[in-house]
Design a protein around this ligand. Structure first.
Ligand SMILES: [Zn+2]
Length: 485
């Protein structure tokens, strides 16, 4: 009870409250120590230093010299590149020019129409292609076909390898070679290295030869050859769509409709025009069916490329509508293309080591798409598109897609409301694309290389470097036998 007391004559009540904690008594445990404030760290200088980022600017043609938008741009290659240009995986070779030295800012930015530009541009596009697939490989390096048993030899890029209207990848040479030619009636040469599409296409061959070393042998079924040629073309498309400026230019030009005619589907514009092909070397946005292409590998490849391209267009149309209020259409396109490219990459890795067919890859994509919980309609688009092209049998009616009534808004759309099928049958097991010998007459230079024409699929599938002895093994064995008689 407070005790009343007088202050200057007034009676007040003492405001000191009675203690709520009883006084310590003998035998009580010692009180817990009072926590002391943690000393603050000494202030850091501002701005806070960040770790230095390795990397260099390169100037490249974003499509090829005939495409004005996008034309020449600077790109950032976020890895250490030495004079050459060369890095741990890729080197550049042009006698009298290489090694090309970095400029005073440590970058590889040169004027177009010079040998230095061609070296830097070609290296950068190869490097970007390798990096794109390494990202799809969960960041792990992808071996080139000779990188077995601890071999770390680089891929050597020859931007001006010689005269000719072609370009090729050679496992025996561990090289990409880009030729140049002067078209009939023309005065100035066309350098194949200046086309992003051609460089990406040939780099695609080198990547796929590392992933599936048996696939380049002409002893495989024609569809396996078609997968190789198609992988090259799709690499060019996916590389373009991994670059925000290209994706944005495409969305603007095509008003977000991938079936509008624009630069993306017309591959290798300059090269194609020089050969008299008005829409580029290959048209990814085609309608070819297997029954229309026989056993010529390049023609067969367009069926697969077209099926993937249509699937990309369908998924993009759906996702663009679904995300219209939350994302810019360019961002949606970059994400959809990245997602589909990863799905294709994983399905190829999972496909057979030799004699892989389109149905193998399509079924791998269906299975992996379900496993990673993509919307069901992504798989419906894929099945429909490859059924229309007579690659697989559709488990659901194709009326809607044939009549242009695609359901682009229902993520659960399966074609008939009941089926969710992730394994489909080949449409025609007797198709020449599955049973005939490979005809590579209109393929790129890679498919014409002797090592891929004369070494059998199982030998190639073992991987490792190749020598002239390997290519001539059959003839040399015959000679040995003849000379021992
Ligand atoms: Zn090719």
């Amino acid at each position: 009870m407070p005790i009343p007391r007088s202050v200057h004559g007034a009676v007040v009540t003492d405001s000191i409250p009675a203690p709520s904690i009883p006084a310590p008594r003998a035998g009580d445990p010692a009180p817990a120590p009072i926590p002391q404030p943690v000393p603050r760290p000494a202030p850091r200088p501002i701005p806070v230093p960040v770790p230095p980022v390795p990397g260099h600017r390169f100037r490249i043609f974003k499509q090829d010299p005939t495409v004005a938008d996008p034309a020449v741009r600077s790109v950032f290659v976020p890895t250490v590149v030495l004079n050459g240009p060369t890095d741990a995986r890729v080197s550049t070779e042009l006698p009298g020019v290489t090694p090309v030295a970095r400029n005073t800012t440590g970058d590889f930015e040169f004027e177009p129409d010079t040998a230095e530009f061609d070296c830097a541009h070609t290296f950068a596009v190869v490097r970007e292609t390798v990096s794109m697939y390494e990202r799809h490989n969960d960041g792990a390096p992808i071996p080139f076909a000779w990188n077995v048993g601890g071999n770390i030899d680089r891929l050597t890029v020859f931007p001006r390898a010689g005269s000719g209207a072609n370009a090729f990848y050679s496992r025996a040479a561990k090289a990409l070679k880009f030729l140049f030619f002067t078209p009939q009636g023309g005065t100035s040469p066309v350098f194949t290295c200046r086309s992003l599409d051609i460089v990406a296409h040939e780099t695609g061959h080198s990547i796929l030869d590392g992933l599936k070393p048996g696939w380049l042998s002409s002893g495989n079924t024609p569809q396996t050859g078609g997968l190789h040629e198609s992988f090259g073309d799709l690499t060019a498309i996916f590389l373009a769509l991994s670059q925000p400026d290209q994706a944005e230019a495409l969305v603007a030009l095509a008003k977000a409709d991938l079936h509008a005619r624009q630069f993306l589907s017309a591959l290798a514009e300059q090269f194609g025009r020089a050969l008299g092909l008005p829409f580029g070397l290959r048209n990814a946005d085609n309608d070819l069916k297997l029954s229309e292409v026989g056993n010529e590998v390049h023609a067969i490849s367009q069926v697969f490329t077209g099926g993937i391209y249509d699937t990309l267009a369908d998924i993009y149309a759906f996702e663009r509508i679904r995300q219209a209020r939350t994302k810019d259409p360019t961002i949606v396109l970059i994400e959809v293309a990245d997602h589909l490219c990863k799905l294709l990459f994983d399905a190829i890795v999972a496909a057979p080591a030799t004699d892989a067919t389109y149905a193998d890859v399509v079924n791998g994509m269906l299975r992996l798409s379900a496993e990673r919980n993509d919307p069901a309609n992504h798989r419906t688009f894929l099945r429909n598109r490859f059924a229309l092209r007579e690659v697989v049998v559709s488990p659901t009616p194709l009326d809607a897609v044939l009549e242009g009534r695609l359901n682009l808004t229902d993520p659960d759309y399966t074609g008939d409301g009941t089926h969710e099928v992730t394994n489909v049958e080949p449409a025609d097991r007797n198709s020449p694309s599955l049973r005939a010998d490979q005809d590579r007459s209109t393929c790129c230079g890679t498919m014409q290389m002797p090592e891929f024409q004369h070494i059998d699929a199982n030998t190639l599938a073992a991987g490792g470097p190749l020598t002239d002895q390997d290519i001539l093994a059959h003839e040399l064995a015959n000679l040995r036998q003849a000379f021992t008689k």
